[in-house]
Design a binder for this molecule. Structure first.
Ligand code: NAD
Length: 282
């Protein structure tokens, strides 16, 4: 383990554009369950997964009904997200960003914990539970920018966008819902640009997010190699190092998309990697 932590720190220091990809696993140590880990919400309750798949279709069929359901619903299967705090894994990524090394964090999480931890350059691929979004122009709003309770009382749901009059829904991206174009494009650009990808706490089975490491893996660069006869050959070599920090191996591990995995908890491993980066830099 110590060897891998040292290797990750050295790889990170050698990189010019490190980005992080995160999933539900980075927030389990904040008390938010993941979906597919051994104690995941869906591992324990497959019916909840089937229900989740129907949510976006419900919005398409009947936006008003979707809002009525949402405003009368008890807390989501993930619990009271607003009452959870960032953990040492989130904070380690913030420190790496402040050191000028981590250039972007792309998260699948909707819990807003990276934002609350202080991450600046953040792409919330599946949205943010505390925000609303216009499905037409993608403008984001804080929940308190709409008086939803008054709209419910006065039968004025669904809310409409003040900019373009499009229908407003929760920012969280449902199954079957397209990823908002802005975040989708910026994430692809980052995956294409990075030379190191640190993937933290994701089972990497939800697409299109799980394509990002695959896109990065396709990048190659040319390297000069001198042959035994003294002649020079140009070889294509991978242009990105992909490191997973996860409790268990994933398809990225078994398919050889990642270069290596450091198996364990993000809240323990990420701070150790960052501490080693700090040591090596001093
Ligand atoms: P997932 O549940 O499919 O996989 C989580 C992975 O993290 C598993 O491989 C698990 O073994 C690992 N893990 C759990 N705790 C860990 C820890 N402390 N350290 C390291 N690894 C740990 O999650 P996913 O891949 O993010 O996909 C689930 C989807 O559901 C996401 O798209 C996300 O939008 C949503 N989701 C979000 C939250 C959240 O916002 N916190 C929580 C659950 C699900």
């Amino acid at each position: 383990m110590e060897d891998l932590i040292d290797r990750a720190a050295r790889d990170i220091l050698a990189s010019e554009h490190t980005i992080a990809l995160t999933g539900a696993g980075i927030s389990t140590e904040s008390g938010i369950p993941d979906f597919r880990g051994p104690q995941g919400v869906w591992t324990r309750n497959p019916e909840a997964e089937r229900r989740a798949y129907r949510g976006y279709q419900r919005f398409l069929d009947d936006p008003r009904g979707w809002w009525l359901d949402r405003l009368s619903a008890s807390p989501s299967a993930l619990g009271e997200l607003g009452q959870r705090d960032p953990n040492p894994g989130h904070l380690a990524l913030v420190e790496l960003e402040r050191m000028g090394i981590l250039k972007c964090t792309i998260t699948q999480n909707v819990d807003a914990l990276h934002e609350r931890a202080g991450t600046k350059r953040l792409l919330e691929y599946h949205g943010n539970f505390s925000k609303l979004r216009c499905v037409n122009c993608n403008a984001r709003f804080r929940r308190d920018e709409f008086d939803l309770e008054a709209m419910l009382r006065e039968d004025r749901l669904p809310p409409h966008c003040p900019e373009c009059q499009g229908i407003v829904k929760g920012d969280t991206v449902g199954f079957g819902e397209p990823i908002p174009q802005d975040v989708m494009h910026q994430s692809l650009e980052e995956a294409w640009r990075c030379d190191l990808m640190l993937i933290c706490g994701t089972s990497a089975v939800v697409f299109p997010f799980a394509n990002l490491p695959r896109v990065a893996r396709q990048k190659t660069r040319e390297m000069r190699r001198e042959t035994a006869s003294g002649l020079v050959a140009m070889e294509k070599v991978p242009a990105v190092t992909i490191i997973e920090v996860n409790a268990e191996p994933t398809p990225l591990t078994s398919e050889g998309i990642s270069d290596y995995i450091i198996q364990g908890k993000t809240g323990e491993i990420l701070p150790r990697i960052v501490a080693r980066v700090r040591e090596l830099r001093s």
